[in-house]
Design a protein around this ligand. Structure first.
Ligand code: CP
Length: 301
């Protein structure tokens, strides 16, 4: 594979590159040899909270032999008003080779055009989450060995979800048929067809649930949210025990996590037979390793 300059959005990758990343990540999961480069310095800048993305990038970086430079927003000069560009340019000038960035602003990376080091987008507001999308694609491909004609429904707070956007765009161009389930306030009709959960639950191959993104809600969302309880949300838009019984035998359940148990999914189903939720997290580390290898280029490993 050729070297990739940045990974900002799924559009940066061709279908062939996506499949190559999936195959490499699966090989790494099966125990393929680890290439190492102890000359690479990487900084992970998380301006929004994270458990999975941050920690799996860190493990992936250590496995690749990289030098991980600690950066905490709360103790940095960001607190003195330093701009995102100045923080990133400073890290470039002192010798950091790769930046992994999560930020609450959509397309924050547009203000970083003058950097001369690669950026891996670990999530931009409600924009995109390419590494999550790639690990989701890896999990689906690992299960079904294809994307063509798979029926995938994504249920939850679609309007505010970067995962929904990245996954819809990528799954559709890989040949899957994507539908959505959401309360009226969290629909984004520009993404595709919205259905009633009970009309499709018995016919999908992948049932992907998304978190209610309280931290992104505007005053309007919060007001609208008051019109239904957690129990009502679960009953209408969540994976209940009843709906689980209707799923096809080979259907898989996915969720990027963190999970609001008993809201998006019944607590008892999080580790049910059909659930891939924790496997997604495991796959995330291997996929992030494959992404970083790709960014550095094989010749440098
Ligand atoms: N799925 C995901 O992005 O999780 P974190 O917010 O914990 O990184």
């Amino acid at each position: 594979m050729k070297k990739l300059k940045n990974l900002l959005k799924m559009e940066d990758l061709t279908n062939e590159e996506i499949l190559n990343l999936i195959k490499r990540a699966l090989d790494l999961k099966r125990g393929a040899a680890n290439n190492k480069n102890n000359k690479i310095f990487v900084a992970n800048l998380f301006f929004e909270n994270s458990t999975r993305t941050k920690k799996s990038f860190e493990v992936a970086e250590l496995k690749l032999g990289f030098n991980k430079i600690d950066f905490e927003v709360s103790t940095s000069s960001v607190q003195k008003g330093e701009s995102l560009y100045d923080t990133c340019k400073t890290l470039e000038m002192i010798g950091v080779n790769i930046l992994v960035i999560r930020h609450s602003e959509n397309e924050y990376y547009k203000q970083l055009k003058n950097l001369n080091i690669p950026i891996v987008n670990a999530g931009d507001g409600s924009g995109e989450h390419p590494s999550q999308c790639l690990l989701d694609l890896m999990t689906i491909y690992e299960t079904f060995g294809k994307f063509e004609n798979l029926k995938i429904t994504i249920a939850g707070d679609i309007k505010n979800s970067r995962v929904a956007r990245s996954n819809q765009r990528s799954l559709t161009r890989l040949g899957a048929k994507v539908s959505f389930v959401a309360p009226e306030i969290w629909k984004d009709e520009s993404l595709g067809e919205f259905k009633k959960f009970d009309d499709i639950v018995n016919d999908v191959d992948v049932c992907m649930l998304l978190r209610v993104q309280h931290e992104r809600h505007t005053e309007k969302d919060t007001k609208a949210k008051e019109s239904f309880s957690k129990e009502e949300y679960h009953k209408n838009y969540g994976l209940t025990k009843e709906r689980y019984k209707s799923l096809k035998e080979n259907c898989i359940i996915m969720h990027p996590a963190p999970v609001n148990r008993d809201v998006e999914i019944d607590d008892s189903l999080v580790e049910s037979e059909k659930s891939k939720i924790f496997e997604q997290m495991k796959n995330g580390m291997f996929m992030r390793q494959a992404i970083l290898e790709y960014i550095v280029g094989k010749n440098n490993l």
